[in-house]
Write a protein that binds this ligand. Structure first.
Ligand code: APR
Ligand code: ZN
Length: 241
């Protein structure tokens, strides 16, 4: 831990890549592992354009339920450390796969939500974006309040492409980042894993925080085994308030 703390004080450009595990201690279930099911469905069965086409009502019910869980959740000590990092490091970026908005609620401003945000919907035919708030939807499936067409969650689903502009900005930051934290991701989705790998091949020191080994552990420089809400505050202790 002491060596790592020293490393943190010596580097100025830091990226943090997060996955569902960082929000687990806030009460939001992860996708893979216990709690990863809703009714009898796995995320892979509902978070697809095909599932939405087949049954928009079912997919919206799932998102409405999850948005309710996210609205009640609060940032945990791991999010708080990531917030403190933003003002400590001169150059800093959070790249999150999470759609729960908890990094923003913790206070972070420098964030790319590469998989979208569960509190936003968009129209399937016009360019309208709809802010959903914390309350359950009155009508499911949601309709666009401008043109009346079907609206969908503003989420990158399996098989869909990422926002190219956001990816470019992530990669340009990762090309020269000195440190990268990879926190609470199983490493099953290739785009984020490739981002971490890219930073590592460009010379970034990689620190992974996870209770379990993942596909990221293979190329990580330091693996901190444990819960993010416990490990990160220990690591940050004595660095800044
Ligand atoms: N602290 C840190 N990590 C944790 C904790 C914790 N308290 N609890 C669980 N984890 C770890 C698990 O060991 C696992 O490796 O978090 C990881 C969660 O993995 P996934 O559920 O696969 O979540 P994630 O990697 O974010 O999934 C990627 O898949 O379904 C899609 O789009 C969705 O963004 C999501 C993507
Ligand atoms: Zn519309």
């Amino acid at each position: 831990m002491e060596e790592l703390k020293k490393l943190l004080t010596q580097n100025k450009k830091v990226a943090v890549l997060t996955g569902a595990g960082i929000s687990h201690e806030s009460g939001i279930p992860t996708f893979r592992g216990a709690g990863g099911y809703w009714k009898q469905y796995k995320a892979e069965e509902l978070a697809t354009p095909e599932a939405f086409q087949r049954d928009p009502k079912l997919v919206w019910e799932w998102y409405d339920y999850r948005r309710g869980v996210c609205a009640k959740a609060k940032p945990n000590p791991a999010h708080e450390v990531v917030f403190k990092m933003e003002s400590y490091f001169p150059e800093f970026l959070v790249i999150t796969q999470n759609v729960d908005g908890l990094h923003r609620r913790a206070g972070n401003k420098k964030i790319f939500e590469i998989h979208g945000n569960i509190f936003t919907a968009r129209c399937t035919s016009c360019s309208n974006r709809i802010s959903l708030g914390d309350e359950p939807l009155k009508e499911i499936p949601l309709k666009c309040n401008v043109c009346g067409s079907l609206a969908r969650p503003h989420i990158v689903w399996f098989g869909e492409s990422y926002d190219g502009d956001i990816l470019d900005q992530c990669y340009s930051f990762l090309a020269t980042t000195e440190l990268i934290f990879v926190i609470g991701t199983s490493g099953q989705v290739s785009v984020p894993v490739n981002m971490a790998k890219y930073a590592a091949t460009k010379g970034a020191y990689c620190i992974e925080v996870n209770p379990e080994e993942t596909s990221v552990t293979d190329f990580t420089d330091t693996f901190l085994q444990g819960k993010a809400g416990e490990v990160l505050p220990q690591l940050w202790e004595g660095i800044s308030n």
